[in-house]
Design a protein around this ligand. Structure first.
Ligand code: HGY
Ligand code: MN
Ligand code: MN
Length: 422
Protein backbone atom coordinates (compact mmCIF):
# COMPACT_ATOMS: atom_id res chain seq x y z
CA UNK A 1 0.00 0.00 0.00
CA UNK A 2 1.56 3.34 -0.90
CA UNK A 3 1.05 6.41 1.18
CA UNK A 4 2.59 9.83 1.52
CA UNK A 5 5.33 9.31 4.04
CA UNK A 6 5.68 12.42 6.23
CA UNK A 7 9.29 11.88 7.16
CA UNK A 8 11.20 10.51 4.16
CA UNK A 9 12.87 13.33 2.38
CA UNK A 10 14.08 15.21 5.42
CA UNK A 11 17.65 14.24 4.62
CA UNK A 12 17.40 14.75 0.85
CA UNK A 13 20.21 16.76 -0.71
CA UNK A 14 21.16 17.47 -4.30
CA UNK A 15 24.63 16.66 -5.71
CA UNK A 16 26.38 20.02 -5.66
CA UNK A 17 29.25 19.08 -7.99
CA UNK A 18 26.86 17.60 -10.56
CA UNK A 19 24.71 20.73 -10.57
CA UNK A 20 27.76 22.97 -10.90
CA UNK A 21 29.14 20.90 -13.77
CA UNK A 22 25.81 21.16 -15.61
CA UNK A 23 25.86 24.94 -15.16
CA UNK A 24 29.38 25.12 -16.56
CA UNK A 25 28.53 22.82 -19.48
CA UNK A 26 25.43 24.88 -20.34
CA UNK A 27 27.48 28.10 -20.10
CA UNK A 28 29.69 26.89 -22.97
CA UNK A 29 26.75 27.34 -25.35
CA UNK A 30 26.36 30.87 -26.72
CA UNK A 31 29.45 32.33 -25.01
CA UNK A 32 29.71 36.09 -24.59
CA UNK A 33 32.90 38.08 -25.13
CA UNK A 34 33.74 38.55 -21.45
CA UNK A 35 33.10 35.24 -19.75
CA UNK A 36 29.30 35.34 -19.72
CA UNK A 37 26.70 34.36 -22.27
CA UNK A 38 24.98 35.73 -25.37
CA UNK A 39 22.32 33.04 -25.94
CA UNK A 40 19.34 35.13 -26.98
CA UNK A 41 15.90 33.65 -27.55
CA UNK A 42 15.34 31.71 -30.79
CA UNK A 43 18.94 31.93 -31.93
CA UNK A 44 20.86 28.84 -33.03
CA UNK A 45 22.61 28.90 -29.66
CA UNK A 46 19.22 28.81 -27.91
CA UNK A 47 18.40 25.73 -29.96
CA UNK A 48 21.72 24.07 -29.10
CA UNK A 49 21.05 24.70 -25.41
CA UNK A 50 17.58 23.19 -25.78
CA UNK A 51 19.02 20.04 -27.39
CA UNK A 52 21.55 19.67 -24.57
CA UNK A 53 18.79 20.12 -21.97
CA UNK A 54 16.64 17.59 -23.84
CA UNK A 55 19.47 15.03 -23.88
CA UNK A 56 20.00 15.44 -20.12
CA UNK A 57 16.27 15.04 -19.46
CA UNK A 58 16.00 11.93 -21.63
CA UNK A 59 19.02 10.43 -19.84
CA UNK A 60 16.94 10.69 -16.65
CA UNK A 61 13.97 8.92 -18.22
CA UNK A 62 11.87 12.07 -18.49
CA UNK A 63 9.33 12.43 -21.28
CA UNK A 64 9.66 15.74 -23.12
CA UNK A 65 6.61 17.70 -24.20
CA UNK A 66 7.06 20.98 -26.14
CA UNK A 67 4.22 23.44 -26.72
CA UNK A 68 3.49 25.86 -29.58
CA UNK A 69 5.57 28.58 -27.92
CA UNK A 70 8.55 26.26 -27.60
CA UNK A 71 8.12 25.92 -23.83
CA UNK A 72 9.76 22.60 -22.83
CA UNK A 73 8.19 20.37 -20.14
CA UNK A 74 10.25 17.33 -19.07
CA UNK A 75 7.96 15.05 -17.06
CA UNK A 76 8.70 12.51 -14.31
CA UNK A 77 5.61 10.45 -13.56
CA UNK A 78 4.25 10.19 -10.02
CA UNK A 79 2.35 7.39 -8.33
CA UNK A 80 -0.97 9.00 -9.24
CA UNK A 81 -1.13 10.07 -12.90
CA UNK A 82 -4.52 11.66 -12.33
CA UNK A 83 -2.87 14.41 -10.26
CA UNK A 84 -1.68 17.65 -11.92
CA UNK A 85 2.08 18.15 -12.10
CA UNK A 86 4.24 20.19 -9.78
CA UNK A 87 6.21 22.36 -12.20
CA UNK A 88 9.69 23.68 -11.45
CA UNK A 89 11.95 25.62 -13.79
CA UNK A 90 13.05 28.91 -15.29
CA UNK A 91 14.65 29.91 -18.64
CA UNK A 92 17.75 29.14 -20.75
CA UNK A 93 17.73 32.25 -22.93
CA UNK A 94 20.07 35.08 -21.91
CA UNK A 95 20.67 38.77 -22.41
CA UNK A 96 23.18 39.77 -25.13
CA UNK A 97 25.73 40.39 -22.38
CA UNK A 98 24.22 38.03 -19.86
CA UNK A 99 25.61 35.88 -17.10
CA UNK A 100 25.86 32.10 -16.74
CA UNK A 101 23.23 31.77 -13.99
CA UNK A 102 20.28 34.10 -14.77
CA UNK A 103 17.78 31.43 -15.82
CA UNK A 104 19.94 28.32 -16.17
CA UNK A 105 20.30 28.00 -12.38
CA UNK A 106 16.54 27.53 -12.08
CA UNK A 107 16.27 25.05 -14.96
CA UNK A 108 19.32 22.97 -14.03
CA UNK A 109 18.56 22.93 -10.29
CA UNK A 110 15.16 21.53 -11.23
CA UNK A 111 16.84 18.85 -13.36
CA UNK A 112 19.18 18.12 -10.44
CA UNK A 113 16.12 17.41 -8.26
CA UNK A 114 15.08 14.74 -10.78
CA UNK A 115 18.59 13.29 -10.87
CA UNK A 116 18.61 13.12 -7.06
CA UNK A 117 15.14 11.53 -6.86
CA UNK A 118 16.19 8.94 -9.43
CA UNK A 119 19.40 8.24 -7.51
CA UNK A 120 17.44 7.81 -4.28
CA UNK A 121 14.82 5.66 -6.03
CA UNK A 122 12.01 7.79 -4.63
CA UNK A 123 8.54 8.26 -6.06
CA UNK A 124 6.36 11.31 -5.67
CA UNK A 125 2.56 11.30 -5.74
CA UNK A 126 2.24 14.16 -8.20
CA UNK A 127 4.15 14.10 -11.47
CA UNK A 128 6.97 16.65 -11.62
CA UNK A 129 7.66 18.69 -14.74
CA UNK A 130 10.96 20.51 -15.29
CA UNK A 131 10.31 23.61 -17.41
CA UNK A 132 12.37 25.72 -19.79
CA UNK A 133 10.29 28.80 -20.64
CA UNK A 134 10.92 30.37 -24.05
CA UNK A 135 12.03 34.01 -24.27
CA UNK A 136 11.98 35.09 -20.64
CA UNK A 137 14.39 37.96 -21.23
CA UNK A 138 12.37 39.80 -23.88
CA UNK A 139 15.49 41.66 -25.05
CA UNK A 140 15.26 40.33 -28.63
CA UNK A 141 11.48 39.90 -28.77
CA UNK A 142 9.59 42.13 -26.31
CA UNK A 143 7.84 41.68 -23.91
CA UNK A 144 9.79 39.72 -21.31
CA UNK A 145 8.33 36.46 -19.94
CA UNK A 146 6.49 36.20 -23.25
CA UNK A 147 5.96 32.43 -23.45
CA UNK A 148 4.98 31.94 -19.81
CA UNK A 149 2.59 34.82 -20.45
CA UNK A 150 0.93 32.86 -23.29
CA UNK A 151 0.83 29.77 -21.03
CA UNK A 152 -0.92 31.82 -18.31
CA UNK A 153 -3.42 33.26 -20.81
CA UNK A 154 -2.02 36.81 -20.60
CA UNK A 155 -0.89 36.94 -24.25
CA UNK A 156 -2.52 35.44 -27.33
CA UNK A 157 -0.45 32.91 -29.31
CA UNK A 158 -0.85 34.71 -32.65
CA UNK A 159 0.03 38.06 -31.04
CA UNK A 160 3.20 36.52 -29.66
CA UNK A 161 4.06 34.97 -33.05
CA UNK A 162 3.81 38.43 -34.65
CA UNK A 163 6.33 40.12 -32.32
CA UNK A 164 9.39 41.19 -34.25
CA UNK A 165 13.01 41.83 -33.34
CA UNK A 166 15.05 44.91 -34.33
CA UNK A 167 15.83 43.31 -37.71
CA UNK A 168 12.13 42.68 -38.38
CA UNK A 169 12.25 38.89 -37.87
CA UNK A 170 8.95 37.45 -36.57
CA UNK A 171 8.93 35.40 -33.37
CA UNK A 172 6.82 32.66 -34.99
CA UNK A 173 9.13 32.41 -38.01
CA UNK A 174 12.25 32.22 -35.85
CA UNK A 175 10.73 29.55 -33.61
CA UNK A 176 9.94 27.58 -36.78
CA UNK A 177 13.43 28.17 -38.16
CA UNK A 178 15.18 26.72 -35.13
CA UNK A 179 12.78 23.77 -35.16
CA UNK A 180 11.22 24.22 -31.72
CA UNK A 181 7.52 24.68 -32.48
CA UNK A 182 5.90 21.94 -30.41
CA UNK A 183 2.50 20.31 -30.90
CA UNK A 184 1.14 20.88 -27.41
CA UNK A 185 -1.39 23.60 -26.71
CA UNK A 186 0.06 26.45 -24.66
CA UNK A 187 -1.36 26.33 -21.14
CA UNK A 188 -4.97 25.57 -20.35
CA UNK A 189 -4.03 22.56 -18.22
CA UNK A 190 -4.04 22.13 -14.43
CA UNK A 191 -0.80 22.78 -12.53
CA UNK A 192 -0.53 21.79 -8.87
CA UNK A 193 2.15 24.38 -8.11
CA UNK A 194 5.09 26.18 -9.72
CA UNK A 195 8.47 26.86 -8.07
CA UNK A 196 11.31 28.93 -9.55
CA UNK A 197 14.85 29.27 -8.23
CA UNK A 198 16.65 32.39 -9.49
CA UNK A 199 19.69 34.47 -8.56
CA UNK A 200 18.68 37.66 -6.74
CA UNK A 201 20.22 39.99 -9.34
CA UNK A 202 20.62 42.55 -6.55
CA UNK A 203 22.86 43.08 -3.50
CA UNK A 204 20.50 42.43 -0.56
CA UNK A 205 21.30 38.76 0.22
CA UNK A 206 25.06 39.08 -0.20
CA UNK A 207 25.27 42.35 1.77
CA UNK A 208 23.30 40.80 4.66
CA UNK A 209 25.18 37.50 4.41
CA UNK A 210 21.89 35.62 3.99
CA UNK A 211 21.83 32.25 2.23
CA UNK A 212 18.25 32.16 0.92
CA UNK A 213 15.75 34.73 -0.35
CA UNK A 214 12.13 33.75 0.35
CA UNK A 215 10.40 35.75 -2.38
CA UNK A 216 6.99 36.93 -1.15
CA UNK A 217 6.28 39.48 -3.88
CA UNK A 218 7.57 40.82 -7.19
CA UNK A 219 7.54 44.42 -8.36
CA UNK A 220 5.61 45.44 -11.46
CA UNK A 221 6.94 46.94 -14.71
CA UNK A 222 6.07 49.19 -17.61
CA UNK A 223 8.22 49.29 -20.77
CA UNK A 224 7.30 52.47 -22.68
CA UNK A 225 8.74 52.56 -26.19
CA UNK A 226 9.06 56.12 -27.53
CA UNK A 227 9.53 57.01 -31.21
CA UNK A 228 10.69 60.56 -31.96
CA UNK A 229 10.54 61.93 -35.49
CA UNK A 230 12.71 64.90 -36.42
CA UNK A 231 14.49 65.96 -39.61
CA UNK A 232 17.77 64.69 -40.95
CA UNK A 233 20.06 67.55 -41.94
CA UNK A 234 23.75 68.47 -42.16
CA UNK A 235 25.37 68.86 -38.73
CA UNK A 236 27.69 71.53 -40.09
CA UNK A 237 25.64 73.79 -42.28
CA UNK A 238 22.23 73.71 -40.57
CA UNK A 239 21.65 76.72 -38.24
CA UNK A 240 20.98 75.64 -34.63
CA UNK A 241 17.51 77.28 -34.36
CA UNK A 242 16.22 75.40 -37.38
CA UNK A 243 17.25 71.91 -36.28
CA UNK A 244 14.66 69.22 -35.48
CA UNK A 245 16.94 66.91 -33.57
CA UNK A 246 15.49 63.53 -32.49
CA UNK A 247 18.72 62.67 -30.69
CA UNK A 248 18.44 65.74 -28.50
CA UNK A 249 14.87 64.79 -27.64
CA UNK A 250 15.95 61.28 -26.69
CA UNK A 251 18.66 62.63 -24.42
CA UNK A 252 16.29 65.03 -22.65
CA UNK A 253 13.59 62.36 -22.20
CA UNK A 254 16.19 59.91 -20.86
CA UNK A 255 17.07 62.44 -18.16
CA UNK A 256 13.34 63.02 -17.53
CA UNK A 257 12.78 59.26 -16.97
CA UNK A 258 15.63 59.17 -14.45
CA UNK A 259 14.23 62.20 -12.59
CA UNK A 260 10.70 60.71 -12.48
CA UNK A 261 12.03 57.49 -10.90
CA UNK A 262 14.03 59.47 -8.33
CA UNK A 263 10.95 61.52 -7.53
CA UNK A 264 9.16 58.30 -6.53
CA UNK A 265 11.95 57.06 -4.26
CA UNK A 266 12.66 54.86 -2.37
CA UNK A 267 11.13 51.93 -4.23
CA UNK A 268 10.66 53.10 -7.83
CA UNK A 269 13.35 52.56 -10.44
CA UNK A 270 13.68 53.74 -14.04
CA UNK A 271 16.19 53.72 -16.89
CA UNK A 272 16.54 53.71 -20.67
CA UNK A 273 18.44 50.54 -21.60
CA UNK A 274 17.45 50.29 -25.25
CA UNK A 275 17.97 53.13 -27.74
CA UNK A 276 18.36 53.35 -31.53
CA UNK A 277 19.13 56.49 -33.44
CA UNK A 278 18.78 56.98 -37.19
CA UNK A 279 20.62 57.28 -39.43
CA UNK A 280 23.35 57.14 -36.74
CA UNK A 281 25.87 59.06 -38.84
CA UNK A 282 28.27 61.49 -37.22
CA UNK A 283 27.48 64.38 -39.54
CA UNK A 284 23.71 63.95 -39.88
CA UNK A 285 21.30 65.43 -37.34
CA UNK A 286 19.25 62.42 -36.14
CA UNK A 287 15.90 62.34 -37.85
CA UNK A 288 14.54 59.49 -35.75
CA UNK A 289 15.07 57.95 -32.32
CA UNK A 290 13.46 54.82 -30.87
CA UNK A 291 14.07 54.06 -27.20
CA UNK A 292 12.40 52.22 -24.31
CA UNK A 293 11.90 53.40 -20.74
CA UNK A 294 11.86 50.62 -18.10
CA UNK A 295 9.86 51.80 -15.04
CA UNK A 296 9.32 49.48 -12.04
CA UNK A 297 7.79 49.65 -8.57
CA UNK A 298 6.14 47.33 -6.05
CA UNK A 299 3.22 49.78 -6.10
CA UNK A 300 0.97 49.68 -9.19
CA UNK A 301 -0.24 53.24 -8.58
CA UNK A 302 3.35 54.49 -8.68
CA UNK A 303 3.96 52.70 -12.00
CA UNK A 304 0.85 54.36 -13.44
CA UNK A 305 1.92 57.76 -12.09
CA UNK A 306 5.43 57.44 -13.57
CA UNK A 307 3.94 56.38 -16.91
CA UNK A 308 1.62 59.41 -17.00
CA UNK A 309 4.39 61.82 -15.93
CA UNK A 310 6.65 60.44 -18.65
CA UNK A 311 4.03 60.89 -21.37
CA UNK A 312 3.26 64.45 -20.24
CA UNK A 313 6.89 65.51 -19.88
CA UNK A 314 8.07 63.81 -23.06
CA UNK A 315 5.25 65.37 -25.09
CA UNK A 316 6.26 68.81 -23.82
CA UNK A 317 9.90 68.16 -24.80
CA UNK A 318 8.84 66.99 -28.25
CA UNK A 319 6.68 70.07 -28.71
CA UNK A 320 9.52 72.42 -27.75
CA UNK A 321 11.91 70.71 -30.19
CA UNK A 322 9.35 70.39 -32.97
CA UNK A 323 9.50 66.58 -32.89
CA UNK A 324 6.80 64.04 -33.65
CA UNK A 325 6.31 61.61 -30.75
CA UNK A 326 4.66 58.20 -30.48
CA UNK A 327 4.29 56.03 -27.38
CA UNK A 328 3.84 52.23 -27.26
CA UNK A 329 3.44 50.06 -24.15
CA UNK A 330 6.05 47.43 -25.09
CA UNK A 331 5.72 45.42 -21.88
CA UNK A 332 3.78 45.46 -18.63
CA UNK A 333 3.09 43.31 -15.64
CA UNK A 334 1.51 44.17 -12.30
CA UNK A 335 3.19 43.65 -8.94
CA UNK A 336 2.62 40.06 -7.80
CA UNK A 337 2.05 38.38 -4.42
CA UNK A 338 3.11 34.72 -4.31
CA UNK A 339 1.20 31.86 -2.70
CA UNK A 340 1.41 31.86 1.13
CA UNK A 341 1.39 28.04 1.44
CA UNK A 342 4.20 27.67 -1.11
CA UNK A 343 6.12 30.48 0.58
CA UNK A 344 5.75 28.71 3.94
CA UNK A 345 7.19 25.51 2.44
CA UNK A 346 10.19 27.44 1.15
CA UNK A 347 10.73 29.10 4.52
CA UNK A 348 10.30 25.81 6.44
CA UNK A 349 12.75 24.07 4.09
CA UNK A 350 15.38 26.75 4.68
CA UNK A 351 14.88 26.44 8.43
CA UNK A 352 15.01 22.62 8.35
CA UNK A 353 18.19 22.69 6.27
CA UNK A 354 19.78 25.23 8.58
CA UNK A 355 20.14 28.05 6.07
CA UNK A 356 19.69 31.70 6.98
CA UNK A 357 16.84 33.28 5.05
CA UNK A 358 14.96 36.54 4.63
CA UNK A 359 11.82 37.64 2.83
CA UNK A 360 12.43 39.48 -0.45
CA UNK A 361 10.50 41.42 -3.07
CA UNK A 362 11.87 40.50 -6.49
CA UNK A 363 13.23 43.53 -8.32
CA UNK A 364 13.41 41.63 -11.61
CA UNK A 365 10.55 40.01 -13.49
CA UNK A 366 10.35 36.23 -13.78
CA UNK A 367 8.17 33.56 -15.40
CA UNK A 368 6.87 32.83 -11.90
CA UNK A 369 5.07 36.17 -12.06
CA UNK A 370 2.75 34.94 -14.80
CA UNK A 371 2.59 31.39 -13.41
CA UNK A 372 1.18 32.81 -10.16
CA UNK A 373 -1.99 33.53 -12.14
CA UNK A 374 -2.62 29.85 -12.93
CA UNK A 375 -1.04 27.93 -10.05
CA UNK A 376 0.12 28.37 -6.44
CA UNK A 377 3.60 29.76 -7.02
CA UNK A 378 6.70 30.75 -5.04
CA UNK A 379 10.29 31.70 -5.78
CA UNK A 380 13.58 31.06 -4.07
CA UNK A 381 16.61 33.32 -4.55
CA UNK A 382 20.29 32.89 -3.93
CA UNK A 383 22.85 35.70 -3.57
CA UNK A 384 25.01 36.83 -6.47
CA UNK A 385 28.41 38.51 -6.26
CA UNK A 386 28.13 42.30 -5.86
CA UNK A 387 24.44 41.89 -6.71
CA UNK A 388 25.51 42.01 -10.34
CA UNK A 389 23.40 40.55 -13.17
CA UNK A 390 22.63 41.33 -16.82
CA UNK A 391 26.39 41.64 -16.99
CA UNK A 392 28.84 39.00 -18.21
CA UNK A 393 30.67 39.23 -14.88
CA UNK A 394 27.60 37.77 -13.09
CA UNK A 395 28.87 35.25 -10.52
CA UNK A 396 27.59 33.01 -7.73
CA UNK A 397 29.32 30.51 -5.46
CA UNK A 398 28.80 26.78 -5.76
CA UNK A 399 27.64 26.75 -2.15
CA UNK A 400 24.96 29.36 -2.85
CA UNK A 401 23.78 27.26 -5.81
CA UNK A 402 23.68 24.07 -3.71
CA UNK A 403 21.93 25.63 -0.71
CA UNK A 404 19.19 27.20 -2.81
CA UNK A 405 18.78 24.03 -4.89
CA UNK A 406 18.35 22.01 -1.67
CA UNK A 407 15.62 24.38 -0.51
CA UNK A 408 13.96 24.06 -3.92
CA UNK A 409 14.27 20.27 -3.63
CA UNK A 410 12.48 20.13 -0.29
CA UNK A 411 9.76 22.58 -1.28
CA UNK A 412 9.04 20.68 -4.51
CA UNK A 413 9.09 17.24 -2.89
CA UNK A 414 6.86 18.34 -0.02
CA UNK A 415 4.38 19.73 -2.52
CA UNK A 416 4.54 16.67 -4.79
CA UNK A 417 4.38 14.28 -1.81
CA UNK A 418 6.76 11.34 -1.41
CA UNK A 419 5.37 7.85 -1.26
CA UNK A 420 6.86 4.82 0.36
CA UNK A 421 5.90 1.19 -0.18
CA UNK A 422 4.67 -0.21 3.11
O1 HGY B 1 13.63 42.30 -17.08
C1 HGY B 1 13.55 41.46 -16.18
O2 HGY B 1 13.18 41.77 -15.06
C2 HGY B 1 13.94 40.03 -16.44
O3 HGY B 1 15.32 39.92 -16.26
N1 HGY B 1 13.58 39.61 -17.78
MN1 MN C 1 15.99 35.55 -15.43
MN1 MN D 1 17.37 38.31 -16.95
Amino acid sequence: MTQTHPMIGRNLRIDSDRLWQSLMDMAKIGPGVAGGNNRQALTDDDSTARHLFQSWCEAEGLSLNTDKMGNMFARREGSDASLPPVMVGSHLDTQPTGGKYDGPLGVLAALEIIRSLNEAGLTTRHPIEVVNWTNEEGCRFAPPMMASGVFAGVHDLDWAYDRTDAAGARFGDELERIGWVGDAAVGGRPVAAFFELHIEQGPILEDSKTDIGVVTHGQGLNWIRVTLTGKEAHTGSTPMPSRVNAGLGMAQITVLAHQIALAHAPHAVGAVGHCEIFPNSTNIIPGKAIFTIDFRSPDLAVIAAMHDELRTGASAIAKTLGLGIDFELAGAFDPVAFDPACIDRVRAAADRLGYSHMDLVSGAGHDAFWMSRVAPTAMIMCPCVDGLSHNEAEEISQDWAAASANVLFHAVVETAGLVSDD
